[in-house]
Ligand binder design. Sequence first.
Ligand SMILES: [Zn+2]
Length: 304
Amino acid sequence: MKIPWIFHKDYDIPLPKNHRFSSSKFGDLYTLLIDSYLAKSAEVFIPNPAKDTQLTKVHTREYINKIKNGNLSTKEEKILGLPWSETLVKRSYLAVNGTYLASKLALVNGIACHLAGGTHHAHANHGSGFCVFNDLAYAAKNIISDGKCKKVLIIDCDVHQGDGTAEICKNDNNIYTCSIHASNNFPSIKVESDLDIGLDDMISDEDYLRIIQSALTTCSNKIKPDLVLYDAGVDVHKNDKLGRLNISSKCMLKRDLEVLKFFKSKNIPITTVIGGGYSSNNIELAQRHALIFHAADQIFNAKK
Ligand SMILES: [Zn+2]
């Protein structure tokens, strides 16, 4: 089978030199993947921009207009952490729909992998921590309201807590949110998810994997989802600039394999998004983000 990869060439945005967010992160990952053996068993899909009627299921009309028209205050732009530009608007409209397209494809194929996504700090009425619109909440809400799914589980393994997703989905009984993050990291004020697991800075690979396993069991006891959205953030890595944890690449691959194996064995489709990852070495960063694509290939394309 071919694993759907979702990507758009306009995901990257121009940023000032030395900005903590890489201005070529998405293109670097695409280049690495498309030149690898994984591409033989993958098919690339290109998302369309989101419609405002889809965005209002997640964000306030006022906030959407501020983004569209470039009317963020200096303070709002500072909290967002990215300079406003036409390119940023375009990317933000495309990327949320990328996760939604991936989710529709996952329902058909069992798996689909977005080469972006995981913008979990975006709240209903403001952006935060490099996140303009919340793709996880957007995909979950829209796929349910379009009648393609009844229940969605969001598992967020980015090192930062999924505060925006928790806030947007808090009163939605059809969406279960789980965040496994570093307690001492951003955001300083956490928003309560359905399940939050705060990790100590010095957690070992073994303890981390044990916690992931137990979180998977807890989640599947709480909700029987038709779809899982998995944020495979790589900012848990020991060399991540913003991470604080000490997790190895080998352990991150094991984590991704465990998550995919767990839901595949239950026949529950899974959408993966890349989540956070920060390094001044663009190649290393792309290699870390590529791990989830290796995991998907191993679990879904393994020779029988
Ligand atoms: Zn993060």
